[in-house]
Design a protein around this ligand. Structure first.
Ligand code: FE2
Length: 369
């Protein structure tokens, strides 16, 4: 009879069963790694000196997943970062200050895009890019929505990620003259394509009644990335219906004030996080989440997530998106207003009263009452 091979030693196993390549990478960057379902203000979280590129940096590993993550960066006054290129997608949202990004493919002339608070800019896959702070007195801070965690873990070879010579000329080249200046294309209801939005707080969105009263959305395809993106508006005096899905979506608050309720099925009390610029919510797998506007004027959010509208999942486009009500056991389940716990709306109305917001939602007839 064959003998079972002897079990490897605990020490050997400890060396073989490594932490994720993404976590190793972040440690190598000497950077903090933020976790959980919410960060209250990315504008003030602690960053570390960034030896690789200059400036300061932090990373996230939110919602217990390593597919989508954020890279938070600060550049000192008159500072610049060293150029880089990488085999992961990155879309930049500027949180404060003003500066510029220069983009180029190897051997081609560079193109420079100037940005300021509220700008949304897509970096083409594996193209060179370099960031500059144009102010002599104020630091600037931005956040990159990325799939770097997924790509680093998939290949677990940092050299392949940051030193790959392949040029995606189909995505970007210097002869694509209007790449960053073209008007956004409106491909379908709630679906747009553009590579640069000078101020995401001013972008026009399409109404999305199925998701909530006075709610609107613009889903975005940017630079042919594999990131799904959207801009979501929740009007004054309203809130979005609750839903849940797989982990990975990062919702960044860019305007307005309110709160988020987060809860798992059967939990007695929801957890509550404030919504104000520039916080981020990243719900965990199957964690219900619901955005409430308690201020004057709309709430606006920018989401980095899965499901890119272009080069998508092989399914037809459905403008309803996450507002679909499906099997309660299924992913993407939405709790419509008439099915939700009445205490949710009671609490919301008390908040509005405190803030002097008069608007009210049409009444709902609660099922079974
Ligand atoms: Fe969601």
């Amino acid at each position: 009879m064959d003998r079972e091979p002897a079990m490897e030693s605990t020490d050997a196993f400890g060396r073989w069963y490594v932490e994720s390549s993404y976590q190793q990478f972040v440690r190598g960057e000497g950077a903090p790694l933020y976790e959980g379902s919410a960060l209250e203000d990315m504008g003030s979280v602690q960053l570390a000196e960034w030896e690789r590129r200059g400036g300061k940096v932090a990373y996230t590993r939110m919602a217990d997943q390593e597919i989508f993550s954020l890279q938070i960066v600060e550049i000192p006054p008159r500072g610049e970062l060293r150029p880089e290129h990488h085999m992961y997608d990155a879309v930049m949202l500027v949180l404060s200050g003003q500066g510029a990004t220069t983009v180029w493919q190897e051997g081609e002339r560079p193109y420079t895009v100037e940005w300021h608070e509220g700008s949304l800019l897509a970096i083409p896959l594996n193209a060179w890019h370099q960031e500059f702070n144009n102010s002599g007195t104020e630091p600037c801070r931005y956040v990159m929505g990325t799939n770097m965690a997924h790509m680093i873990n998939h290949f677990h070879n940092i050299d392949f990620i940051f030193n790959n010579p392949f040029v995606f000329a189909d995505r970007y080249s210097a002869n694509m003259a209007d790449f960053y200046t073209d008007r956004p294309r409106h491909w379908n209801l709630r679906l747009f394509e553009t590579n640069f939005i000078p101020d995401v707080r001013e972008f026009g969105v399409d109404a999305w009644r199925e998701k909530g009263f006075r709610t609107g959305i613009a889903r975005l395809s940017m630079a042919s990335t594999s990131l799904g993106l959207h801009i979501l508006d929740i009007g004054e005096g309203t809130y979005a219906t609750a839903h849940r899905h797989d982990a990975g979506a990062h919702v960044v608050q860019v305007g307005g004030e309110g709160y988020e309720l987060l809860y798992f099925e059967g939990e007695a009390e929801p957890r509550r996080a404030p919504l104000r610029p520039y916080g981020v919510i990243a719900p965990k797998r199957h964690e219900f989440h619901q955005h409430f506007n308690t201020g004057k004027g709309p709430i606006r959010q920018v989401a980095f997530k899965d499901h890119p509208p272009r080069y998508g999942y092989g399914t037809p486009y459905n403008p309803l998106g996450a507002a679909q009500t499906v099997d309660p056991g299924g992913i993407g389940f939405t709790i419509t207003y008439d099915q939700e716990d009445p205490r949710i709306r009671d609490e919301y109305y008390r908040e509005l009263e405190r803030n002097g917001v008069e608007l009210r939602l049409p009444p709902v007839s609660q099922k079974g009452s």
